[in-house]
Design a protein around this ligand. Structure first.
Ligand SMILES: [Zn+2]
Length: 401
């Protein structure tokens, strides 16, 4: 294997890492979290890296959800290529809502698997287990989650098993990653956290600052162990509630039932997953399947006129604009505004688990994310639109020697 040639994945070429590269996806990392932690003086690594490394604002994939973006980062490609456009899609033929956590839904290889196949030592650590199988697909290397860590992995992190709803679930990822780097020095590492803290705490809040202070300590430790670091996010995060703390929700299934008859259309919320307590399955993105013969253009216009809706697009427009797979999207794609979420029916959302005013994501309003490197990044084409899934390209192909 000629390592100097690097590898090619999904039409993009990547140079072989010159030094261990740690790519970090901080779930729900709205840029303001970092700014506020730096201003509070609790994030010295970030403060220095923002000056001495390279920092950009990039755009994530819409829907601005966890799985589509993590998969984009590790494939270097949008969902139209890798196929993962949410947690669920609706299969019209079987009439079933299909969960996309299974790697059989993945349509392209990852650069992690390709580097490992070419002889690189690769490690992947996630917070929640739902991502592990997708990120580790075809990967000959270390791949585990904090949620389902075995005894050896718990020992590596030096931690007791964290609760799935905790800041410690993310801390485990860094504790295990730092130890792995210090002891086994993999060529490539991908660390992916969970947005439990970001769903509850706004930028600058005590819980947020303490989370970013924790992150900062581990990033400094990874750097001290000789790692090049590329840090980005899967999506941002915004308040989705009114002044009284109650969520601003458009119950779209109820709206369409009123217009077209009960159950004639089907609204799918691709944010839905087995862990909904912290967001009640409410996000700023939905897709709707319409009954045969429905006038999609007219309905798009009508939904688009609802207060709180930012975009209501027909499938072909939405898939072109957001680079989504047409066969996994409904007839309409709906995006709500910054302070509003889309639900199905009032009766189908259990909001009893929301112990803080709703913060969530999914829309265009959560598309701006940080893209930060502890090395200087050079030679980018002027005016280039940067995406979070350019993280490996910039780190491997554009870092100053
Ligand atoms: Zn996320």
């Amino acid at each position: 294997m000629n390592r100097r040639a690097g590898i090619e994945v999904n039409g993009r070429r990547y140079r072989w890492p010159r030094e261990p590269l740690v790519a970090v996806c901080v779930d729900g990392c709205e840029g303001a979290y970092i700014d506020r932690a730096v201003r509070a003086g609790v994030a010295p690594w970030f403060a220095r890296t923002l000056k001495e490394g390279s920092a950009f604002v990039a755009e994530c994939v819409v829907p601005s959800f966890t799985n589509p973006n993590n998969l984009s980062i590790v494939t270097g490609a949008p969902p139209s290529v890798h196929g993962i456009c949410g947690n669920y899609f609706y299969d019209r033929e079987s009439g079933a809502e299909v969960m996309m956590n299974d790697p059989r839904h993945l349509r392209s290889g990852t650069l992690l698997a390709a580097f490992a196949a070419a002889g690189a030592a690769v490690a992947v650590i996630t917070a929640k287990d739902k991502l592990r199988a997708l990120l580790g697909h075809g990967l000959a290397g270390e791949c585990f989650s904090a949620e389902k860590a075995n005894e050896a992995q718990l020992a590596l992190a030096g931690m007791a098993r964290p609760s799935v709803y905790s800041a410690e679930l993310s801390e485990f990822v860094f504790a295990a990653g730092a130890k792995l780097l210090e002891t086994r020095r993999p060529d490539l590492m991908y660390l992916s956290t969970t947005d439990y803290v970001q769903h509850k705490a706004a930028p600058g809040a005590p819980a947020a600052n303490s989370f970013y202070a924790m992150l900062d300590r581990y990033l400094a430790r990874l750097e001290a162990a000789g790692a090049a670091i590329a840090l980005t996010a899967d999506h941002g995060m915004n308040d989705k509630h009114g002044a009284d703390g109650s969520p601003n929700v458009i119950y779209l299934q109820d709206v369409l039932d009123g217009w077209l008859g009960a159950g004639a259309a089907r609204v799918i919320l691709p944010i839905t997953d087995p862990y909904v307590a912290h967001h009640g399955a409410l996000g700023s993105f939905a897709t709707a399947y319409l009954p045969a013969g429905a006038d999609a253009a007219a309905l798009a216009a009508r939904v688009g006129a609802l207060p709180g809706i930012e975009l209501a697009l027909e499938r072909p427009d939405a898939c072109r604009r957001f680079e989504l797979p047409e066969d996994r999207m409904g007839d309409l794609v709906l995006v709500s505004r910054r302070d509003t979420v889309i639900g199905t029916s009032v009766s189908r959302h259990d909001l009893s688990g929301l112990d803080a005013p709703l913060r969530s994501h999914g829309g265009v309003s959560e598309q701006k994310v940080p893209l930060i490197f502890n090395r200087r990044i050079e030679g980018l084409a002027p005016g280039r639109r940067l995406r979070n899934f350019d993280a490996f390209d910039l780190a491997l192909n554009h870092a100053a020697a």
